[in-house]
Design a protein around this ligand. Structure first.
Ligand code: IMP
Length: 194
């Protein structure tokens, strides 16, 4: 079997790791999970993704992928955005807090998920890839699949929330899948082996 280059996924989020293992399964890389445990002090998704990827590269010596993502509500001017992970301690707390902010706001609660991937490798400029998924937040949990805000995020074309989708279906629509597609199409991962 040919040796594949290793690629670190710089995340401690089990949901994200599961998705990257699936999204990059045919990419010709061996995935290594590594939480670079950085403080997300950036002002943008790209800055935080860069911090995660470059810290993981520095600590592991391996090419690294950092991902920063969030959910943005149109009616709340993009809130919670890059603060999505910090809205509460648990998934239940975070979805409840977001829904409480929407109390009294007329529906539909249009929203988008955003994901920015940073790819850091030795002696190369860090590269960025972005994806989004537009949809709508619904007022009650539907389904238990996925992670984070998945159970309250409806993809209108499907009439299902991400929480009601199997992984194969979520990957057709998700922001993370779109960013991973851009990464794959760029050919950047093939360069890692050279
Ligand atoms: P971070 O990218 O680690 O800063 O975390 C982003 C936060 O946004 C996660 O903790 C989730 O709460 C939320 N999030 C990002 N992507 C998804 C997704 O695909 N489904 C549900 N929630 C997500």
């Amino acid at each position: 079997m040919p040796d594949h280059p290793r690629l670190v996924i710089a995340s401690g989020n089990a949901g994200k790791l599961r998705e990257y293992r699936d999204l990059l399964s045919d990419a010709g890389v061996d995935i290594v999970a590594f939480d670079s445990e950085v403080d997300e002090v950036g002002d943008t998704y790209a800055e935080n993704a860069r911090l995660k990827a470059e810290t993981a590269l520095a600590k592991s010596g391996l090419p690294a992928l950092g991902d920063d993502s969030g959910i943005e509500l149109d009616a709340l001017d993009g809130f919670p955005g890059i603060g999505s992970a910090r809205l509460g301690a648990t998934q239940r707390d975070r979805t409840a807090e977001l829904l409480s902010r929407l109390n009294g706001v007329p529906r539909p609660w249009l929203a988008r998920f955003v994901c920015v991937i940073a790819l850091a490798a030795a002696n190369r400029e860090t590269q960025f890839f972005e994806g989004e998924c537009r949809g709508e937040v619904v007022p009650e949990w539907r389904g238990e699949a996925g992670f984070g805000y998945d159970p309250i995020f409806l993809v209108p074309r499907t009439w299902k929330t991400f929480g009601e989708m199997a992984p194969e279906e979520k990957r057709k629509y998700s922001h993370r899948a779109a960013a991973a597609r851009a990464l794959l199409e760029s050919g950047a991962l093939r360069q890692l082996g050279r």
